[in-house]
Structures are given as structure tokens and as C-alpha cells.
Design a protein. Structure first.
Lengths: 509, 374
């Protein structure tokens, strides 16, 4: 059997398994018991694995390995930021968000600011972020399938979109904790197992430093590859912008927030986040190692611009014969499992918001959800097929920048500042979202200029996030009469541990 | 084209008299929602402006039986007189007119010379007054003030109705709490007693379950709890019923862990499960199966309580849901009403049943609803 044959087999197995779990998902989704186990809530460890399973997108780890291969160590800020985002989440957001009782971000906006207007705007932003984050997933799937089987660059995206849609339409109206938790360990195995073989070979070859070789004209030389801030223009600004976007964008991702609802209380939400930090920290060690090994064993990918398929091709290049082909098929299957899990989580979250806040009561519950799912998948698929020029990791970065410019100020100020008003929140989100969104569109269309303006548009977070915070604070201070009537009571509920006995009161409806 | 011409014709919105009526109705409708909250300082302050618009006088005051609640208009130094003036109608119960003899004034240029005082009456009891201050009270103003006071009284009576409906709902929850049926207590204790000698360890466990179950049901609890808490109590209840019925009672619980933190009205499932056990077993021979399913459906949780018992006449269930308490379906109407109050009319109970066909009760609960917290 050929290498491509193994990969096709692996990907098909992943597709079939996903559809089977979707069809028979109730076996996993429901605790069947006689007595005394049914009311046991999800433990933080399991929930953290599920968050990891949904959050670790193939677009991110394929992209990071490729970026490290091409541009060197300063690209490590991406995995660091994607992990550290949960540190910010842990310290500032996790427990109060859980105590608010919100299931989605629009729910939080409504319960904190007691305004339908903020809710509607939040719903629109959730859909926008969901689309922006789904797009690189479909793009990445296309790249992955093209790299391993030589098909057209669009087929992988269409396949993943179809499987996700079929799954969600026929009974997959939930993201099952157990299945998502399994996904994390599958991804970790799919990357770690081949890596053990490859590191063994690298040590056998003498353990040469990746910085000691030269990859020719296409990439930076060894010295600048390992030293930070030694690459392109406006390096310092770009680095800070990446840090801000990734650190602050995580809390605005719709499929991450939905998962926190499963925690029984605020303390469990914090413990879950702590576990997530550990799990992501372990996982994100792996893609940079692929990047480093790629510099030694697959340097031609830099010149040909196919760095994103590094993770998929490296095992076959380093290990001769069937073993290499099998391990390559394993990483490919792992990547597709990741495409599916992240896309499913996002689709469920986006479809839920579309059906609840956009389609409203015109359709029944299930019908509205299914219609929402179709919209949630088809739009980003169209975008992915149209915008082929944008790097996958860059598109993921833009989604984070957009989330950081809109929901980060809403969540942080909403939780920690009593004087936030609904008008202030709307103004901040409109300005932050407008600026970041404009930058995203300019980048997607490829009309970004060079020099400083190009840097500002390509990595907008460093100026859009502070701007959104400033506008939100300023407008809130200017409209003190718009303070939500029950702000004090809401703040007490957000910040008091559940164990403390006090009258939290139910606000009059 | 003809339509357009009719629109452009002057006065298409109505004659002067009609416009005046519209303005009056508008002012009245603006104050109605404020008054529906009952007669408090806040509601009076918001409503009094619209009442002055209605009457067209320089100043209007609203009082309860002892103090002033709100004043709108000029010459506010007369605020201090309103309490004394209110006493004038408390005995008589009818509209009276008073002048400067009853409220002295030393201010130069004060235009308030007469006041029309009308009582606000709720259920044949004077609860406050409406006072219209003017330079000279015409017969028309007296009549208008009387009518406005009567209209305000009507709205206050509606407010009273709202309040008593809420009180009734709360009382029903309290009753539900105390409604652990004597039969259940008697049967549980008998079942436990039968184990005391043969299996003391099991008897001890059952007694502890019994204690925990009653503690939860009687606890001074808020309006809402989590589905996990509610299910835990139901599990205890089923353990006790199983001790009594033994293998005759088959129970299946299928619960998606993701929906356990959902907020539900306190004791909203307990009556449904109790009904299922009774219908499923008590009135038929052989074994009965009770199935409780809580499924995750994106933004909602779907809870199903099902039994394969004797079923019920759908008409009877409809009456129980409409609030007819004579039926033996414990608390069905109460649960339905509380779900609708908490989550809106889309989230009422759905009961599927027929004679001999078993019963299935479906409860949909949104994962988030504004103002609903456990």
C-alpha cells in the first residue's frame, strides 16, 4: 500500500468514527444508572480534557510547526500565548463567568448589563468570531489532504464541512464531554508517538542543532532563526501584538466559554482551567519540536511555501518504509480528528447563537438549530475557498485579535468594574470590533500596504484592544444614568464563592 | 392616489375633540404601568406627572392615608399641607373641595387657592388620595378628579391582584414542600421497619436517606435550584420507594452530565416522579417501569419522566394543567405555572398520555434565562 493509501485509510477511519459517535452519541452522553451516580457532575480533569480536545485546533498546531520552521523561535509566542490565554482566563474570568450562570457570551452580556441591545451585538460578534475561526480550520483541512493524497486544495475543507454538518444535523446537537476529552488524548498520541521515533533518529544522527544548518535563500540563517526579534520589520510591535491577541483572545472564543457551563461551581471552573493550562502546556511543546526537526530533515518546504504540511510529511521523510508511512498517516488522522472536533464545537456554539438570537421564534427549537448550523458551516467554507492566500496560523491569529478587541473588554470590565454601562459596552465593542474587523478584511483581501500601516493592519491587537478598553470606559463614565439597575447585586453574585451563605436574591423580572 | 390625498388632507388624524381624547388616553396609558406596581413612593413619583397632564391643573399630589407620596407642579411649598388634607376624605370616602381656609398660604403670588381631594379606594378601603390644586375648582374639575381617582383605584386593584397572584404561587410552593404525602411517610417507615431485624445495616441506610430527603424538601430554599440537587433528592425518593416495592419498581435514569448545572424551579421534578410511581405501580398489578431522562440539546435541557402504567384521560390532565386542583395529579398545574413564570410561556409542561398507554411528561428548560439563578 502507498503512503497516500495509508493516509486515506486513516482519514476515512476518523470520519467514520466521528459519524458513528454522532449517531450513537447517546451511549456516551448519558450516564445510565440505577441510583446515586446520575447526579454526579463532570469532574474538572475530564472537563479540562474536553476543553483541550475542542480548543486544540489542527490549524493552530500545523500552523505553529510551519511558522517555527520558517521564521524561528519568535514564533513560539503563538503556542505560549494560546496556552497563557487560559492563565488570564483563570485569574480574571473563569469563576465569575461560571457564577453568572451564563451559557453563552450573549447570556453573560444580558445578565450583567440587563440590556437586549448588548445581547444582540454580542450575538453578532460571536457569529463573526466563529466564522473567522472556522475558516482556517477548513483551509487547513484542504492543505492537509492535498499534502498527503495530492487532491485539490478545496476537497479537504469540503469533506470536513460535510461531516460536521451531517453530524450536527442528525442528532449531534451537543458536544459530548467524554468524546471531546478522548479527542485531546488522541491528538496528543498522534503527535507524540511519531515524535518519539523521530527524536530517536535525530539523536542517532548526532543530535545536530537546527540552528547550525542553512536553508538557503528562503528562510533566515541559523543565527537569526534562534534569536528573537531578528526577522522582519516592526518586529517588536508585531510580537507585542501577537502576545496581546493570544493572551486576551482566548476568553472570547464561543466554544470555549460554552464548556465552562458544565462546571458545577466557580471553584470547579478554576480547577478546570488549571488542568487545561497543564494539558495545553504539554501539547504545545510538540509542534515546535516538529519545526526544529523540519529544519534539518525537510528544509525544502520553506522554499516551496508548504510549511503547513510539515507535521504531516516529516515522519515519512525521517523514517523509511512502511513505518514512516504509517506514522505519517497517524499524524494526518490526528490532524483530521482535530479539524473535526474544533469545527464541531464551533459549529454547535455558533448555530446555538444563530438559532436563539437571530432566527428567534420563527422556527421551532430543533429546526432553528439546524438552519443555524447550515449557515454556521457554509459561510466560512465559502470564505476558506475564496481566501486561499492567507496563512492558516495568520487567520487563526486574526480571529484571536478580533475576539480580544471585543469580548475581552466586555468580560474584564463587566466582571471587575461596577460602572460599566450598556451604552459603554456597545460603543467599546463596536469600535474595537470595527477596527479589528477592518484590519481583518484588509488582510483577507490582501490589500494591506507595506511598512508601518501593513504591520498595524496585519497584527491589529496592540492598538485595537487598548482602544476598545478606552472607549468602553470613557463612554460608560459619560453615561452614568445608564447603569444597570441591579449592578451591585449582580457583582455580589459574580464574586461571592457559592459556599458563602448569603441572600443572593433573585432580581425582579 | 386617492389614499394619498386623504392622508394629505388636513385633519386626517381626527377632529380637535378626537385629538384631545387621544392625548388623554395617551397620558392615561403612560401612567397605567407605573400604578400597576402598587401605591409606593417610586410608583407615585413616576405616575403623578401623567396624572397632572390628564387633569390640566397647576399641581397634583398623591398621598397614602398618612403621608404624601409624590408632588408634581408649581408651588411645592404646599407639599406640607397634603397629609392634613388627606384626612378630610378618609371618613367621608367621597370627593371634597377645600380652599385657603384649610391650607393657609403666606407666599406672595401663590396661585393655589382651592384643592379637589378624591379618595383612592381598593376593595372598599381608602388607601390614599389624589389632590388637584388649582386657582378655582370648577364643577368639571371635580368630576374629572373623581373619575381619574376612580381610574387610578382600578389600576391599584389590578396591582393588588398581581401581588396576591405572586403570593398564591409562593404559598403553593410552600404547600408543595409540606405536601410530602402522609402515605409516603407511613409507607417508607413501614418498609424501613421491616428491615430493622432482618437487615439492620440497610434499615440504617434507608433511615438516613429518609432524613436527607425530608431535609431537602423542607429546607428554606430559594426559588431555584440546580438540576443536580433536584435529581439527588429524586434518587433518594426512589431508593425509599424501591425499599417498599422491591423488584416491582424498575427505575432507569439516563442523565447527560452536561445539563446538571441547569437552574430549575425548586421541587419541579419531584411531583412528576411521584405521579409516575403512583400511576406506574399503585393501580396495576405486576412490575412498573419509571424512566427519567435528562438530555443535552444545545441551549436547552430536555427532561422526560415516563411510566408504563395505567395512563390517564387526556381531558383530566388538561384540567389539572389549567389549575383544577380537585384531581389527584399532585402539583401538575403548579409545576406548569412555575415553569412558565420562570422561563416564559414557551416552556410549559407537555404531557403525553392515554388510558392504558402510560404517561410521558416532557419538561424543557433553557440553560440560561435572565433572572433565574439557583
Amino acid at each position: 500500500m502507498t503512503a497516500a493509501g495509508y493516509s486515506v485509510l486513516g482519514v476515512t477511519a476518523v470520519f467514520v468514527a466521528t459519524l458513528a459517535v454522532g449517531a450513537y452519541g447517546w451511549r456516551f452522553s448519558r450516564t445510565t444508572s440505577d441510583f446515586f451516580v446520575a447526579s454526579r457532575t463532570v469532574r474538572p480533569g475530564l472537563n479540562a480534557s474536553a476543553i483541550g480536545g475542542e480548543y486544540l485546533s489542527a490549524a493552530s498546531f500545523l500552523g505553529v510547526a510551519g511558522l517555527v520552521l520558517a521564521f524561528g523561535t519568535e514564533m513560539l509566542w503563538y503556542p505560549v500565548g494560546w496556552t497563557a490565554g487560559y492563565l488570564v482566563l483563570l485569574v480574571l474570568v473563569a469563576a465569575p463567568l461560571r457564577r453568572s450562570g451564563a451559557y453563552t457570551l450573549p447570556d453573560f452580556a444580558e445578565s450583567r448589563l440587563e440590556s437586549r441591545g448588548v445581547r444582540r451585538l454580542s450575538a453578532l460578534l460571536v457569529v463573526a468570531i466563529g466564522w473567522l475561526y472556522l475558516m482556517p480550520q477548513f483551509q487547513g483541512a484542504g492543505i492537509a489532504l492535498a499534502a498527503t493524497t495530492g487532491t485539490g486544495p478545496w476537497l479537504g475543507g469540503v469533506l470536513v464541512a460535510t461531516v460536521v454538518l451531517v453530524n450536527v444535523l442528525f442528532g449531534g446537537m451537543r458536544s459530548i464531554t467524554f468524546v471531546q476529552a478522548f479527542q485531546y488524548w488522541l491528538k496528543l498520541t498522534a503527535l507524540l508517538f511519531p515524535l518519539l521515533f523521530m527524536v530517536g533518529i535525530w539523536l542517532g544522527d548526532g543530535g545536530i542543532s537546527p540552528a547550525s544548518v542553512d536553508v538557503g535563500d528562503a528562510g533566515p540563517a541559523g543565527d537569526s532563526w534562534v534569536s528573537p526579534l531578528a526577522g522582519t520589520d516592526h518586529e517588536l510591535y508585531t510580537t507585542y501584538s501577537i502576545i496581546i491577541a493570544t493572551f486576551l483572545g482566548t476568553m472570547g472564543l464561543p466554544h470555549v466559554v460554552v464548556r465552562f457551563y458544565t462546571n458545577p461551581d466557580g471553584a470547579a471552573a478554576r480547577r478546570t482551567t488549571l488542568f487545561v493550562l497543564a494539558l495545553l502546556g504539554v501539547f504545545y511543546l510538540l509542534p515546535p519540536v516538529y519545526g526544529g526537526l523540519g529544519r534539518l530533515y525537510a528544509p525544502d518546504l520553506v522554499a516551496s511555501g508548504r510549511t503547513e504540511s510539515l507535521v504531516l510529511e516529516l515522519p515519512a521523510r525521517m523514517l523509511a518504509g512502511t513505518l514512516g508511512d504509517l506514522l505519517s498517516a497517524l499524524t494526518t488522522a490526528g490532524a483530521f480528528a482535530a479539524f473535526l472536533s474544533t469545527s464541531s464545537g464551533l459549529t454547535v456554539a455558533v448555530a446555538g447563537v444563530i438559532s436563539q438570537d437571530v432566527l428567534g421564534r420563527r422556527f421551532g427549537g430543533v429546526r432553528a438549530f439546524q438552519a443555524g448550523a447550515v449557515v454556521a458551516v457554509l459561510v466560512p467554507l465559502g470564505l476558506a475557498l475564496a481566501a486561499e492566500g492567507v496563512g492558516v496560523a495568520q487567520a487563526v491569529g486574526l480571529a484571536f485579535a478580533f475576539a480580544a478587541s471585543t469580548f475581552c473588554p466586555l468580560l474584564v470590565l463587566g466582571i471587575w468594574w461596577r460602572r460599566l454601562t450598556d451604552v459603554g459596552a456597545i460603543a467599546g465593542m463596536v469600535v474595537g470590533g470595527g477596527c479589528a474587523g477592518g484590519a481583518v478584511i484588509a488582510t483577507l483581501l490582501g490589500v494591506a500596504p507595506v511598512g508601518w500601516p501593513g504591520a498595524l493592519l496585519g497584527q491589529p491587537a496592540a492598538w485595537t484592544v487598548p482602544l476598545a478598553f478606552l472607549v468602553m470606559v470613557g463612554v460608560s463614565l459619560a453615561t452614568p444614568r445608564r447603569l444597570p439597575p441591579h449592578a451591585a447585586r449582580t457583582m455580589v453574585r459574580l464574586h461571592t464563592p457559592e459556599a458563602v451563605q448569603l441572600d443572593r436574591g433573585t432580581p425582579p423580572r | 392616489m386617492r389614499d394619498l390625498r386623504r392622508w394629505l388632507r388636513p385633519g386626517h388624524l381626527g377632529t380637535e375633540a378626537e385629538l384631545a381624547t387621544f392625548r388623554t388616553l395617551h397620558s392615561a396609558s403612560r401612567s397605567a404601568p407605573e400604578l400597576r406596581e402598587g401605591l409606593t413612593t417610586e410608583s407615585a413619583e413616576r405616575a403623578v406627572r401623567h396624572l397632572r397632564d390628564l387633569l390640566g391643573v397647576p399641581a397634583v399630589a398623591l398621598t397614602d392615608t398618612v403621608t404624601m407620596l409624590a408632588w408634581d407642579g408649581r408651588f411645592a411649598h404646599h407639599e406640607r399641607d397634603t397629609a392634613a388634607l388627606a384626612a378630610n376624605v378618609l371618613e367621608s370616602g367621597g370627593t371634597v373641595v377645600r380652599d385657603r381656609k384649610d391650607f393657609s398660604c403666606t407666599h406672595a403670588g401663590c396661585g393655589l387657592r382651592q384643592v379637589v381631594i378624591s379618595p383612592l379606594v381598593v376593595e372598599d378601603r381608602v388607601v390614599g388620595t389624589l389632590q388637584a390644586f388649582t386657582s378655582s375648582a370648577s364643577a368639571g374639575l371635580v368630576r374629572a378628579a373623581t373619575e381619574v381617582a376612580r381610574w387610578v383605584s382600578g389600576n391599584l386593584e389590578l396591582a393588588e391582584l398581581d401581588a396576591s397572584r405572586t403570593r398564591l404561587m409562593e404559598a403553593e410552593v410552600r404547600a408543595l414542600r409540606a405536601q410530602i404525602s402522609p402515605h409516603f411517610i407511613y409507607n417508607s417507615l413501614t418498609a424501613i421497619a421491616s428491615f430493622v431485624r432482618t437487615d439492620p445495616e440497610r434499615a440504617r441506610e434507608l433511615l438516613l436517606e429518609f432524613a436527607d430527603f425530608t431535609r431537602y424538601s423542607f429546607s428554606r430554599h430559594g426559588e431555584y435550584t440546580t438540576l443536580a440537587e433536584e435529581l439527588r433528592s429524586i434518587e433518594r425518593y426512589l431508593v425509599l420507594e424501591k425499599a417498599r416495592f422491591g423488584d416491582r419498581l424498575q427505575v432507569t435514569l439516563r442523565v447527560a452530565q452536561e445539563v446538571l448545572p441547569v437552574a430549575v424551579p425548586f421541587l419541579c421534578l419531584q411531583p412528576l416522579v411521584e405521579n409516575a410511581v403512583r400511576h406506574g405501580l399503585e393501580r396495576k398489578p405486576g412490575t412498573g417501569r419509571v424512566t427519567i431522562i435528562a438530555a443535552d440539546q444545545a441551549g436547552e435541557c430536555l427532561i422526560t419522566v415516563e411510566d408504563d402504567g395505567v395512563g390517564e384521560d387526556p381531558e383530566k390532565v388538561r384540567r389539572a394543567l389549567a389549575g383544577d386542583a380537585s384531581d389527584d395529579s399532585v402539583g401538575l398545574g403548579n409545576v406548569d405555572a412555575r415553569l412558565r413564570t420562570a422561563f416564559g410561556d414557551d416552556y410549559g409542561l407537555v404531557v403525553e398520555t392515554g388510558p392504558g398507554a402510560g404517561t410521558r411528561v416532557l419538561v424543557r428548560v433553557p440553560k440560561f434565562a435572565h433572572g433565574v439563578h439557583p
